[in-house]
Design a protein around this ligand. Sequence first.
Ligand SMILES: [Zn+2]
Length: 329
Amino acid sequence: MYRFEEIWGNQRLLSHLRMAVKNQKTSHAYLFIGGSGSGKKMIANTFAKYLLCATNQDEPCDTCESCRVFESGNHPDVIYVTSQKKTLGVDEIRGQILETVDIKPYHYNKKIYIIQHAHTMTVQAQNALLKTLEEPPEYVVFLLLAEKTEAFLPTVLSRMVTLKISPLSEEEIHRYLVGKKLVAPEEGGFFAAYAQGRIGHALELIEDTAFRQMREDILTQMSQLQSMRLSEALLLAKEWEIFKNDTRFLDIIALWYRDLMAAKSLRDERFIIQKDKKDLLYSAAKEPTEILAKKSAAVTKAKERLIQNGNFRLTIEVMLMELKENGAQ
Ligand SMILES: [Zn+2]
């Protein structure tokens, strides 16, 4: 359910939005800036629901008709502007906004347009929207969701209130995931670290059973790597070809070495991110930290090569050879 209390972090921004509604000083256009999975959709939806709520409380009331219809996703006065293409063109702006903007709200005193992926708006689309942004009907509120401000014309930007959504810290995401019982406490560290401040990303990964399976497989293989013969280890490069378009397996390997270093040098569980794998980590953390650091660098290098379209098999084989070196020379 869309409620402010459900949103973590960004408390200043939320209280700004609440105060604007309470003091009836809302703007006609807001631009929410944040990376994918940062929570901008959640914030914009909660704000829209709050703007339309018939009661004037600290949260959307969830009992008035507007609040109830909002949750169903079929609120007659909320229009989600989307595009089937990679960009949001002038046709979408005309068809989904300009043709309906002069029609008064059906039931409520506001009509809200939520423009998703607004940073993909073409220049023509922005110019088409500009006139309405300059002289909007008084009941209209535009909520634009975008990943970057640079995508907008200065004239368009100047007509909107820009709100930057800050990523959450790893601890905040960890507390959220565990507090909501979405993952076991020992698993929380991994998903929080992996999501890099983007709560939506963490939620997606938790649901993604293929990703979880990939992690299990990779970590098992990594824990066996040192006891494999080199010829055996190199076969992994072939096996991992299924991840050719998914370099996340290298992030999993990088995090493995990061945790091995923590297990080896600090001997303090608090510094291990993947607490759910601590037994595996402690039993594998045999090499000196300098060697582990070198191996970790080899993983980073392999990822860079793959991003630059390096040959997959060759890159991974080179990496595996580096990971197999025992540092004795
Ligand atoms: Zn309500």
